[in-house]
Ligand binder design. Structure first.
Ligand code: CA
Length: 235
């Protein structure tokens, strides 16, 4: 299940989209103008934005271009939606940073399939597929983490934190980025909260000798490292 922000000013189309995305198991939020969309993104980054081209105020195209320039939203998956169907508009939409493009009128089943395809490519963590790194396996559909054959008991926040880290391994994430991506709304939470939950996560993983996979990168943040030597003989 992905969190999808739908930016669409026409109520009938917005309703049709939201109905179909919810039916496909996604959590949907609606913004009816570009200003609305900016506000929603400031609160929390969704897994994907479905963005209408023609909006009151700034166009969807301008929004997409600006989000691509901002480090926080650069990787945000965007699917553009528009009544324009000429080829040069499509090229412009994709050039502006959209990951895919759909012309109105569209078939709801095609919309749902295209969104799933972009999510698989750019936000696999949103699709409830199990992820394995080294001796560590996390399965979102059963909320289970197994490490070296041992079930690891985690609180909900530690689970979300580990899930995010495992879906973005090797990269260093600052505390602010983790608050943004794992907690969602970081306005009222202090950065040291992250340290508290990382400590709990390591304590839980220590039971299965995996605590070392969550690395502190001094002055930068945290990273989930793939083990350098595979656990030889463990198979
Ligand atoms: Ca519109």
């Amino acid at each position: 299940m992905a969190r999808i922000l739908v930016v669409e000013d026409e109520p009938a189309i917005a309703e049709l989209i939201m109905l179909n995305l919810r039916h496909d198991g996604h959590e949907v939020q609606l913004a009816t103008s570009s200003a609305d969309a900016e506000n929603a993104l400031r609160q929390a980054l969704p897994d994907l934005v479905l963005l209408d081209w023609m909006l009151p105020g700034e166009s969807g195209l301008q929004l997409a271009q600006r989000w691509r320039r901002d480090a926080r939203t650069r990787e945000l998956p965007i699917v553009m939606l528009t009544a324009r169907s000429e080829e040069r508009d499509m090229v412009q939409g994709l050039d502006s940073g959209a990951d895919d493009y759909l012309a109105k009128p569209f078939s709801p089943s095609v919309l749902v399939a295209r969104i799933r395809s972009v999510l698989r490519r750019k936000a696999p963590q949103s699709l409830d597929t199990a992820v394995q790194i080294g001796a560590l396996t996390l399965d979102p559909s059963t909320m289970r983490v197994v490490a070296n054959g041992t079930v690891v008991k985690l609180g909900p926040t530690e689970f979300r934190l580990l899930r995010f880290l495992m879906n973005h391994p090797e990269r260093v994430h600052s505390r602010a980025q983790l608050l943004d991506r794992v907690w969602g709304d970081h306005v009222f939470i202090e950065e040291r909260t992250v340290d508290v939950h990382v400590k709990r996560l390591r304590e839980a993983l220590a039971v299965a000798d995996c605590a070392g996979m969550v690395e502190t990168v001094r002055g930068a943040g945290y990273r989930l490292a793939r083990p350098v030597t595979a656990s030889a003989g463990a198979a």
